[in-house]
Design a protein around this ligand. Structure first.
Ligand code: FAD
Length: 661
């Protein structure tokens, strides 16, 4: 057995975005020695990119708002597939989490009378997004980081070391969750720690801990056109799967309607929904505001039928219905896709999003400073005088680790918790804008709290299995042993030379994966294309076994990507298999061959599990599917929550059996 450094902690949080930092603060405040580990620099997590705001029914902009209205909007947005308990906790607790941020130093934009300002977003009945211009994520991360530093200063005063009870391991990646051996199968055995490598030196180390919180964000880097940052390779999703925890809702991938489409180098970069929330309109190449043609039946009563009515809503929302540009994201993305397909798109394959004719230049520059800067710098477009060209971009994954709503505990693996984008259930089939930042805080706090309680409740720390450390090390070193690759200099992988054929370039494999997912499992899906996708994924899995790199373990991005490929291939297979199985269209899953929403699917979750237990996964034939899919009925929605809706509306969503109950 090679020597690998080990450190003992009570709680390990994987990820330093909003969910991870909030979890770490809670675990540390509960008295646990807490380690946070993140792939990027501290403060650089994907959360920092969040623009529009954080949804919480504080009622500052409209006194009618409350948690029940927020709950209703969230369930409607997710087409009732959301785990109702998560949606309830989220709606109830979000305001407290925002106020708490303020007490920790966050400086939100204000209303004229000095309260936290709230803006409109798609699918939210009232202006609900607390924001800091269009740089809300930056303020959120800054505030959480500041809180962490404050706690570390407290520890230094009390214990003489800043990192005595809260330490950040930045630019370090976790590749395996380690478990105490306990019977056959991946689902048995308690969490014992995490196997990690330092990106700069390539050094391996183990963080031993009875509780691990996954807060690793999303999967967007498996798609070619995406708003997501480089970190979004589905690591937490894959770590959970490989540890024996199931994922749910993986067929639901959100394509944000408005990403940049030009120039090619920036294709996919997000154009925040605040542009539409603040009055921006969508037009096709004929100059028509086409969204009026795309209001689905379930939303007909709530949206304006004419431009005059829609425009009136911005000034007088009590007497007007909202414009259809503010439909939930899945509806707007499909509409844009249809317009482009019908030949009414812009020159670069998008449509036009215009604020220049809707607001004075100085208002645009004040309310949307990042968008103004982004278009000027990247596309040489001045959004105060001309429209933007926009089109759908892969943005968010609704699917994720199946968790207990109250405790964030992952199903089937004691000691594993998940919060934020890596967790599934909260958003159902489609997330409303602004509901992620609030989700991170509500469930990040819960995950930290319950991980701490769990760790404290054990009378014995689960022991790390040395064989698992050896296996994790061999797996991580494999890219240096691929045929045509070079030896890393120390500790060659145990299965060196096993794969046949030339070494594969990880960047080529990644590009092919992204292209396949974009073309075959993208915004509009067909049975035949998903079969094709599964075939291509099988081929890529075989080739990925030969992903080879040259050079050393010291900062070697090709090596890091080779390791990330395992994760992207696993989650992509989950998405493709679940998308093939769900024969209906709902939220972030649109089937060309099953275009309608089917009430019969309302209470069905598709559950993905790894087909081979932890030890066997590496030796299993990669040409065969790695994922086992099953159906699970969702828990019935609590009666008092159902009573928040009109019966007629429920009849559009619930199954006959649920309605008769
Ligand atoms: P992240 O913030 O992504 O953090 C993930 C962390 O995990 C990172 O620190 C990463 O380094 C680490 N990590 C990943 N894998 C590993 C590994 N293997 N080992 C160690 N560490 C690892 N939502 C809203 O509600 N409102 C908005 O206005 C909004 N705007 C957005 C704008 C853009 C451009 C984008 C892309 C998204 C936006 N979203 C918004 C969505 C929201 O930002 C994300 O869903 C959210 O930030 C996810 O937070 P998280 O804490 O789950 O993960």
């Amino acid at each position: 057995m090679a020597h690998v450094d080990r450190q003992a902690w009570d709680v390990v949080v994987v990820g330093a975005g909003g969910a991870g930092l909030r979890a770490a603060i809670e675990a540390r405040e509960a008295g646990m020695r807490t380690a946070v580990i993140c792939k990027s620099l501290f403060g650089k997590a994907h959360t920092v990119m969040a623009e529009g705001g954080i949804a919480a029914s504080m009622g500052n902009a409209n006194a009618h708002d409350n948690w029940q209205v927020h709950f209703r909007d969230t369930m409607r947005g997710g087409k009732f597939l959301n785990h109702w308990r998560m949606a309830e906790l989220h709606a109830r607790e979000a305001p407290d989490r925002v106020w708490e941020l303020e007490t920790w130093g966050a400086l939100f934009d204000r209303t004229a009378d000095g309260r936290i300002s709230q803006r409109n977003f798609g699918g939210h009945e009232y202006p609900r997004l607390a924001h800091v211009g269009d740089r809300t994520g930056l303020e959120l991360i800054r505030t959480l980081q500041q809180k962490i530093v404050a706690l570390q200063q407290e520890d230094e005063r009390e214990l003489g070391a800043y990192d005595a009870r809260l330490k950040v391991f930045q630019e370090c990646t976790v590749t395996r969750i380690l478990k105490e051996p306990g019977g056959p199968g991946a689902g048995s055995g308690k969490v014992a720690g995490a196997f990690c490598y330092e990106r700069e030196s390539g050094r391996f180390f183990v963080l031993e801990a009875p509780a691990v919180v996954l807060a690793t964000g999303g999967i967007g880097k498996s798609f070619k056109v995406t708003s997501n940052s480089w970190e979004y390779t589905g690591d937490g999703h894959a770590l959970a799967l490989l540890a024996g925890a199931p994922l749910i809702n993986m067929e639901f991938v959100q394509f944000h309607p408005t990403g940049m489409v030009w120039p090619p180098s920036v294709k996919g970069i997000l154009v925040t929904e605040s542009v539409r929330g603040d009055g921006g309109v969508l037009r096709n190449s004929d100059g028509k505001r086409f969204m009026f043609d795309y209001i689905p039946d379930v939303f007909k009563e709530k949206y304006a039928e004419t431009e005059e009515e829609g425009d009136g809503w911005y000034e007088d929302p009590e007497r007007h219905r909202r414009p259809p540009e503010l439909l939930p994201r899945d509806e707007v993305a499909r509409a844009i896709n249809a317009e482009v397909k019908a030949g009414r798109g812009s020159p670069h394959g998008g449509v036009y999003l215009d604020v220049s004719t809707r607001m004075p230049a100085e208002v645009i520059e004040r309310r949307l400073p990042s968008m103004h800067h982004q278009f000027k710098e990247l596309a040489d477009v001045d959004i105060t005088v001309e429209p933007m060209e926009v089109g759908p971009t892969c943005h968010y994954v609704m699917g994720g680790v199946e968790v207990d709503p109250d405790t964030a505990a992952a199903t089937g693996v004691p000691g594993l918790f998940a919060a934020g984008e890596v967790a599934g259930g909260m958003h159902g089939s489609n997330r409303l804008g602004g509901n992620s930042l609030s989700d991170l805080l509500v469930f990040g706090r819960r995950a930290g709290l319950h991980a701490a309680e769990y760790a404290a409740s054990l009378d014995r720390r689960p022991a790390v299995d040395p064989l698992q450390i050896d296996a994790a090390e061999a797996e991580a070193l494999r890219p240096f042993s691929a045929e045509g690759g070079q030896d890393a200099g120390e500790g060659r992988g145990e299965d060196a030379g096993r794969e046949t054929g030339p070494a594969e370039n990880p960047y080529t494999l990644h590009q092919e994966l992204q292209q396949a997912m974009n073309d075959l499992v993208g915004i509009i899906r067909k049975e035949s294309e998903m079969f094709e996708a599964l075939k291509r994924l099988a081929d890529l899995r075989v080739r990925a076994r030969r992903a080879g790199v040259e050079g050393h373990r010291q900062y070697n991005p090709g090596w890091h990507l080779s390791l990330d490929l395992r994760n992207m291939l696993l989650v992509s297979e989950c998405v493709a298999r679940a998308a093939l199985e769900r024969e209906e269209s709902r939220g972030g899953h649109t089937r060309d061959d099953h275009p309608a929403m089917d009430r019969g699917w309302r209470n069905i979750n598709l559950v993905c599990e790894v087909a081979h237990p932890q030890g066997e996964a590496r030796t299993a034939d990669p040409a065969l599917g790695q994922i086992r899919l099953s159906r699970r009925e969702t828990p019935p929605i609590r009666r008092d929550l159902l009573e928040l809706f009109e019966k007629d509306e429920l009849a559009k969503y619930l199954t006959d059996e649920e309605l008769s109950r």
